[in-house]
Design a protein around this ligand. Structure first.
Ligand code: CP
Length: 303
């Protein structure tokens, strides 16, 4: 029995294999429509979600399985004080696999230690979001055809943006990847990511505050929302929330084959006039997320 809590729980070879499975599902979804017949996925979401929860649910339905769960802690016995450990012990009696989102960093890891069925981290606080990274990797693979040799710009809230932390871990395993970190000084990438991932693997990166001065260097631009829910002080959020707004005018200085990505939800970070630009990939990312979650469910259930 195996859980996925961190993107590094998957080897590069396993990620290649998941991408291969996702590509196969895209080509022939009917061939997979009965693979999880009789299996159940539980979605335990202690924090709001649109894409992750619904794509996990769509993934399981499209594999022929069924879904149960809750979309807010207040509608479960968590509101009566039940622990994560007890909750997953119970849910393991009803479901074959669990996808869990939690506002506390490490909660899905704790869950995996008590669970009798695989647990997938569907986002824990400002820490990690491995299945978003699987969506991001399939997007990069399909858009750029490779992972090696890319200059990846990460823009916005790099401190609390869990998708960024997981993407840095995943991309740092490929050759000649370089990061350009674009953020306000207060929202720079945490030291633990710099020390444990970037410095440890000798990955080149620069930190800047200005998007326009670096946009022309980038192969991928990964925009992120300022994570309002992680701020202690509303005044700081209001001051920082519109630090970066990507517009068609700013894109004029970018490469013709830049891939503009965003894990979504978007607030103001990308102007809607960018949506029709062929370089905008963020809605494709959503779709690819469903296919990668299908591939991951198949892998963890050993189907
Ligand atoms: N990208 C992402 O995690 O979106 P949701 O919060 O809507 O699941």
């Amino acid at each position: 029995m195996r859980s996925v809590i961190d993107i590094m729980d998957l080897s590069v070879g396993e990620i290649d294999s998941l991408i291969e499975t996702a590509e196969s599902i895209i080509k022939d979804p009917a061939a997979y429509s009965e693979k999880c017949r009789g299996k159940k996925l539980a979605t335990l979401f202690y924090e709001p979600s649109t894409r992750t929860r619904l794509s996990f649910e769509a993934a399981m339905y499209e594999l022929g399985g069924q879904v149960l769960g809750f979309s807010e802690a207040s509608s479960s016995s968590v509101s009566k004080g039940e622990s994560v450990a007890d909750t997953v012990r119970v849910v393991g009696c009803y479901a074959d696999i669990i996808a869990m989102r939690h506002p506390k960093e490490g909660a899905p890891l704790v869950a995996s230690r008590y669970s009798s069925v695989p647990v997938i981290n569907a986002g824990d606080g400002g820490h990690n979001h491995p299945t978003q990274t699987l969506a991001d990797l399939l997007t990069i693979k399909r858009e750029k055809g490779r992972f090696d040799g890319l200059t990846v710009g990460l823009c916005g809230d790099l401190k609390f943006g869990r998708t960024v932390h997981s993407l840095i871990s995943a991309m740092s395993r490929y050759e000649n990847v370089r990061f350009v970190m674009i953020s306000p000084v207060e929202l720079r990438i945490p030291d633990y990511v710099k020390i444990n991932t970037l410095d440890k693997n000798k990955i080149p990166y620069i930190e800047v505050t200005d998007l326009e001065s670096v946009i022309g260097e980038l192969d991928v631009l990964y925009m992120t929302r300022v994570q309002k829910e992680r701020f202690f002080n509303e005044a700081d959020y209001i001051r920082l929330k519109d630090s970066y707004i990507l517009t068609s005018e700013k894109l004029a200085g970018a490469k013709a084959d830049l891939s503009v990505m965003h894990p979504l939800p978007r607030v103001n970070e990308i102007s809607t006039d960018v949506d029709s630009d062929p370089r905008a990939c963020y809605f494709k990312q959503v779709l690819y997320g469903k296919y990668m979650r299908m591939a991951l469910i198949l892998m963890l259930l050993g189907v």
